[in-house]
Design a protein around this ligand. Structure first.
Ligand SMILES: CC(=O)N[C@H]1[C@@H](OP(=O)(O)OP(=O)(O)OC[C@H]2O[C@@H](n3ccc(=O)[nH]c3=O)[C@H](O)[C@@H]2O)O[C@H](CO)[C@@H](O)[C@@H]1O[C@H](C)C(=O)N[C@@H](C)C(=O)N[C@H](CCC(=O)O)C(=O)O
Ligand SMILES: Nc1ncnc2c1ncn2[C@@H]1O[C@H](COP(=O)(O)OP(=O)(O)OP(=O)(O)O)[C@@H](O)[C@H]1O
Length: 501
């Protein structure tokens, strides 16, 4: 777009520089100087670690045709047009939105926020929309998808990347004829204006519990940051079980003529309710009470909290015009989320094997407690802990949790990098012993560890392969090995079958 149009859209002040602004065309924007491509504008942000104004000359060397900042560059001679704005993060989002042609205006956008369950709820909503025939894109922690269903990764790993990537991805969705988009919206993104410029049709709230307070400061601020999604959505889907926040969100949802529907997985009064929840080793079944009537639903996932995620997704997608019958039919075919409580196909007489991403002691405990509910026999867990710069203080707690909440633990490698693997395993063993547990073995090679657990497990047992989840590499020493945990699990089951013959 023409730079002068951008100046008007941002309500920016154009500073006198040796360069003339007329005729300058801006093809994109970036906040990161070393990502600038010729023709783009650089936005200088004052962050917690760096002052982006210090990278202006880098950006110009890389071909920036304009600079947008909150203050003038200090030591740099700026030879491209320079725009002063009151808030650089807001300007980054607004400029990115304008340059991308306001893509979200051409999509029905369903946003999802909350402390837990965002990715799962987003993935279910995506599946429901696609099964209803809508060409739908996704932006979530696991990556982004255009309507072709291929999972891609943005240049930096975020749940919700910075505004230029968000807008570029939405624009790609429009180019690929998407009509709908599901956008997982982290509290960081809402706080830092990464999703300013996304016009949300439906905003889904999962829940709010204490997390990320290092960034947000207080629970009140965390709530206020997340609540922006509800305030900015035309229709909100609120969790009636999420006290005390539910009551506080209602007036925010109604601001500017907004509407809301509520849901409850725990028997509270709500528009969408789940009753008679049954948990089996492969699926959750429940009765859905909704404004459109009552239906029986099956979700091929384990973990009771997924009932809430399913209700949230159904209520959200219903707001986008999909009927109850179609929703429950589609729910029954949900393939799960890669690497999160992902169940491996198994034959008769074979143990249940689950791949999960839990890699901290609290998340491992939660995962093992969930799996225990539907395990008739014993519970096995294969787990490692990362090396390199990663937090060494989590190794012993992982050893304790694995051996306390599992019946058998196998300690193994998990991206130990150049840290001696034996040191990490010894720490995990120490954690187990200090808790009075000796129900573990250590097998350094992860393939061997998985095979051992799968081979030793009885048909009634469950084997949880924790930590790697959907990751695609294993860092062993200085080697970066391609890794697909679910394939390892399949091969281990095949080896077990061969050994039984
Ligand atoms: C707390 C947080 O989110 N901070 C983000 C924020 O950092 P910041 O404001 O401190 O920026 P800074 O690093 O001081 O840099 C200032 C400016 O100089 C620029 N710069 C900096 C260095 C350089 O060499 N060149 C350059 O141009 C930067 O691009 C930036 O524009 O802006 C940076 C630039 O985009 C982000 O990299 C950084 O994310 C950090 C690394 C991060 O870890 N964020 C996580 C916590 C996050 O956002 N997570 C949520 C999910 C949370 C969850 O629900 O689990 C997410 O959506 O992924
Ligand atoms: N509704 C929920 N309530 C409580 N815990 C949940 C809920 N949904 C999922 N979880 C737990 O959180 C874990 C992560 O789920 P999910 O990836 O969907 O959440 P998320 O909010 O997207 O987190 P992240 O952004 O870290 O991936 C699950 O493995 C499960 O243990």
């Amino acid at each position: 777009m023409e730079l002068l149009d951008l100046v008007a859209a941002l309500d920016a002040e154009l500073v006198d520089t040796p360069s003339h602004p007329s005729g300058v065309v801006v093809t994109g924007v970036s906040h990161q100087a070393n990502w600038i491509r010729p023709g783009q504008a650089f936005v200088a942000i004052r962050g917690a670690h760096f002052d982006g104004h210090g990278f202006i000359s880098d950006a110009i060397e890389r071909g920036a045709v304009a600079v947008i900042g909150e203050g003038l560059p200090t030591s740099t001679v700026c030879n491209v047009p320079y725009l002063v704005v009151a808030n650089a993060r807001e300007a980054l989002a607004d400029a990115a939105t304008e340059v991308a042609g306001r893509p979200s205006d051409r999509l029905t956008v369903l946003g999802v926020t909350g402390t837990d369950g965002k990715t799962t709820t987003s993935a279910i909503a995506l599946h429901l929309l696609r099964r209803a025939g809508h060409r739908t894109g996704l932006l979530a922690t696991i990556g982004y998808e255009l309507p072709d269903g291929v999972l891609r990764q943005p240049p930096a790993h975020f749940t919700t990347p910075e505004a230029p990537q968000v807008q570029q991805i939405l624009r790609d969705m429009v180019t690929h004829e998407a009509t709908h988009a599901v956008v997982e919206s982290s509290s960081h993104a809402l706080a830092m204006d990464r999703v300013r410029g996304v016009s949300y049709d439906v905003g889904v709230w999962t829940n709010l519990t204490g997390e990320h307070l290092d960034f947000h400061g207080t629970m009140e601020q965390y709530f206020a940051d997340k609540a922006k999604l509800v305030q900015r959505s035309r229709h909100s889907v609120l969790n009636a079980d999420d006290e005390p926040w539910f009551e506080r969100l209602i007036p925010l949802a109604k601001e500017d003529g907004g509407t809301f529907t509520s849901y409850s997985a725990e028997g509270r009064e709500a528009d969408w309710r789940a009753a008679d929840v049954r948990e089996s080793s492969e699926a959750l079944t429940f009765t859905v009470h909704s404004p459109e009537g009552v239906a029986e639903a099956t979700l091929p996932m384990i973990g009771r909290f997924n009932v809430a995620n399913a209700l949230a997704a159904m209520a959200g997608v219903s707001g986008a015009g999909v009927g109850l019958k179609d929703l429950v039919e589609a729910l029954a075919t949900f393939p799960g989320v890669a690497g999160r409580m992902e169940m491996v196909e198994r034959g008769a007489g074979e143990p249940r094997v689950i791949v999960d991403f839990a890699h901290t002691a609290p998340s491992l405990q939660k995962a093992l407690e969930t799996v225990r509910v539907t395990t008739d026999g014993e519970l096995w867990v294969v787990i490692g802990s990362a090396g390199g710069q990663r937090d060494p203080s989590k190794r012993a707690p992982l050893g304790r949790v694995a051996t306390t909440y599992g019946d058998h633990a196998v300690f193994t490698e998990e991206d130990h990098r150049t840290t001696p693997l034996q040191d990490i395993l010894a720490e995990m063993e120490r954690g187990a012993r200090e808790a009075g547990n000796d129900n573990f073995v250590s097998i350094g090679d992860r393939t061997e560890a998985i095979r051992y657990a799968v081979h030793e497990a009885s048909p009634d047992d469950t084997v949880v392969l924790a930590g790697k989840g959907p990751e695609q590499t294993l860092e062993r020493g200085t080697e970066l090995i391609p890794w697909v945990e679910i394939e390892e699990a399949r091969r281990a089951l095949a080896a077990r079958r061969r050994a039984d013959v």
